[in-house]
Design a protein around this ligand. Structure first.
Ligand SMILES: [Zn+2]
Length: 657
């Protein structure tokens, strides 16, 4: 063969090889699929060495990818930990340390970064706790579709209102992918199943009937299998990057913590992390060194060779994988942070996990030698210990680099707080303003309060489930432990209020407010209880106290107006209803109450002006016409009054069964 001809043939072979390797676009980016599994302890996954469970999907991804044996979340709370995964930042940096806190637009999110690179982006969540309409504002940035929950729940069942089963979440993601086949994709799928209450569907409820938490994990694994099978069927698996990570673990009684959120022990911070790279690079490798969930986004940025955002608290994991040894990885310090104890009036915690030691900063500080004491049972804290001093220096260095912000939860509605409680969390607006919060070191150590937290959690879940006597018993037990627990007093008050025992409710709530005068929710409930009991002066005082702290609380305004009307002070009532209408101008109930107050103070012109448009928008509301009749009578318009009266009568008659 002539040299020139040989060159042409070689070129043809080379070109053919090229086109076989690169499908449509020569520089196409891989699909990226992120699967977060809620409340997943690393040591309850089969490929992490837990024998009594079957997790074939996780195991097979570990076989195709890299399994990080020692991965840690900086936060044991869903919103904070997910925000850390999606930003590569610590909670103290991104500021989402509580439910309902908006992620500041200054921090770019994973989806935004990839969208800029031409990615098609979708997020599919399994719990209302990550809904961007209330609990996780800002987390939807950069997503073409963020699959929130319906604004109005279709039914009262937990499923669809608060949670979606993993298979449903996978279905939602698959449906979207099928209708948006053009890549590259970035899809985040969130399986909430292992979160309590543990209620796996059959056959997992049977196979794991004595270990329902494991049953939920096995079920979540089946949802993951469903999703991976779909990706394979579409031919997207091989060339994609698939990342599986837990958002936090579960206490399961270790350190007396039943669930998660309060402590920073490994039981709730050690999570599984598996990354399957494009073309199964490094398949089957296990990295033993300590890594953090904040390292995930930097890794993706590194892989895709895209410009990083201004700040990242984590670092890419690629450099570690290029190397053979693992000793170098022990230097990555894993920070832990939780402010959730503050919801109960207890001290927040900070921790540093580094070189085989864990230091926890608390009113009673802790130091564990993880090599000899992996369960963190023997506290070796001494103020002069070198590890303690180094850890404290690292924490204060971190604090000095924290962006200055006035982070506070957005005002969330009562229904939102109720949903949060149904999930077993105490909501942000439950404990009034935080201006009077003392120095953290002066607050009780959560270690001394964990039994109370378990009971409060139990009570919230029992209330949600309609088991009120169980909830009452749990709350009474909290008060036996500490009769001055405002959260228990408030919840007990709320429980009695709903049960109709107004005197008891008022008593508990009054007590709660004596301990925590800024508790707006307790004040509001006390107002309701006293009003129901007929103590109008007391109700007025409580509602005014509640509104002084949060003036924009619509139901409190409405109720206070009604109390004023009952107190024969229509002028003051009018003020309240007008204020309520400033908050919700279209609210028919407030409009009707305002008309009532106006009629009571003889302002018939105003009342009729208020009611006439309502009679058009609500032509079947008997009350509107009844009040209209009173208004016309007051104005001497006899004919109109009679017409309105007869309309009201007809409507009432039709309403009778
Ligand atoms: Zn979670």
């Amino acid at each position: 063969m002539h040299a020139a001809k040989r060159l042409i043939v070689l070129c043809a072979i080379w070109a053919a090889g090229l086109s076989a390797q690169s499908p449509r676009k020569p520089a196409s980016q891989p699909d990226v699929f992120l699967v977060t599994i809620d409340t997943l302890r690393a040591d309850h996954v089969h490929c992490y060495g837990y024998g009594p469970i079957q997790t074939p999907a996780l195991d097979s991804l570990a076989k195709d990818g890299v399994r990080f044996a020692e991965a840690f979340t900086p936060s044991p709370i869903t919103n904070a930990s997910h925000t850390s995964i999606l930003t590569g930042l610590l909670p103290s940096t991104h500021g989402v340390t509580d439910f309902g806190v908006r992620l500041a637009s200054t921090f770019p999110v994973w989806a935004e970064l990839l969208k800029k690179q031409g990615y098609h982006t979708g997020a599919f969540i399994g719990s209302v706790v990550l809904d961007s309409q209330n609990f996780a504002p800002g987390l939807d940035r950069g997503f073409d579709l963020y699959d929130n929950f319906p604004k109005v729940a279709q039914n009262k069942s937990r499923w669809g209102r608060l949670e979606r089963r993993g298979r449903d979440v996978a279905q939602h993601a698959e449906t979207w992918l099928s209708t948006h086949p053009a890549g590259p994709h970035f899809v985040w799928v969130h399986f909430y199943d292992p979160h309590d209450p543990y209620d796996p569907p059959p056959p997992y409820s049977q196979i794991y009937k004595d270990r329902l938490y494991d049953g939920e994990i096995a079920y979540a694994d089946s949802a993951l299998a469903d999703f991976v099978t779909y990706l394979k069927k579409k031919g997207w698996y091989e060339n994609s990057v698939v990342i599986i990570v837990g958002d936090h673990g579960e206490g399961l009684g270790e350190h007396h913590e039943e669930t998660h959120g309060i402590f920073l022990y490994d039981s709730t911070t050690h999570v599984p992390l598996i990354i399957k790279f494009r073309g199964q690079w490094q398949a089957g490798r296990v990295v033993e060194g300590q890594v953090r969930t904040t390292d995930i986004l930097p890794t993706v940025i590194d892989l895709l060779k895209i410009p990083p955002p201004g700040r990242l608290d984590g670092e890419s994991l690629i450099s570690y994988l290029d190397l053979v040894g693992t000793a170098e990885t022990t230097l990555r310090a894993a920070f832990g942070e939780t402010d959730y104890p503050m919801r109960f009036g207890w001290a927040p915690l900070r921790s540093v996990r580094r070189e085989g030691f864990k230091f926890i900063e608390a009113p009673k500080p802790e130091l564990y030698d993880l090599r000899s004491d992996p369960r963190e049972l023997t506290n070796n804290y001494a103020p002069w210990d070198a590890t303690v001093q180094k850890s404290r220096a690292m924490l204060s260095d971190l604090k000095s680099k924290m962006p200055v912000r006035s982070s506070s939860a957005e005002s969330v509605s009562q229904s939102t707080i109720d949903e949060l409680k149904a999930l077993g969390y105490l909501g942000p607006a439950d404990v009034g303003s935080t201006t009077n919060v003392p120095e953290p070191s002066l607050l009780p150590d959560p270690k001394d309060k964990i039994e109370e937290q378990n009971l409060l959690h139990k009570a919230m879940m029992a209330s949600e489930d309609g088991r009120s006597s169980e909830a009452r018993a749990a709350l009474e037990k909290v008060l036996e432990l500490d009769p001055k627990t405002p959260t228990a007093l408030r919840q007990l008050g709320e429980l009695e209020l709903h049960a109709g025992d107004y005197a008891k409710a008022a008593e508990h709530l009054k007590h709660a407010r004596e301990i925590l005068p800024d508790d707006v929710t307790a004040a509001f409930y006390e107002g309701q209880a006293l009003d129901a009991e007929g103590d109008l002066v007391g109700a007025r005082e409580a509602l005014e106290a509640s509104l002084k702290l949060t003036p924009s609380r619509f139901p409190a305004r409405l109720l206070l107006g009604q109390v004023y009307l009952s107190l024969k002070d229509p002028k003051a009532a009018e003020d309240q209803f007008e204020a309520a209408l400033l908050l919700r101008p279209q609210n028919a109930e407030a409009q009707l109450w305002l008309a009532r107050a106006q009629i009571a103070s003889g302002k018939f012109v105003g009342a009729v002006q208020q009611l006439e448009p309502l009679s058009n928008s609500q032509p079947n509301n008997a009350e509107v016409f009844e009040l209209l009749a009173q208004g016309y009578s007051g104005l001497g318009k006899k004919v109109e009054a009679e017409r309105a009266e007869s309309r009201a009568k007809t409507l009432r008659k039709n309403r009778q069964p």
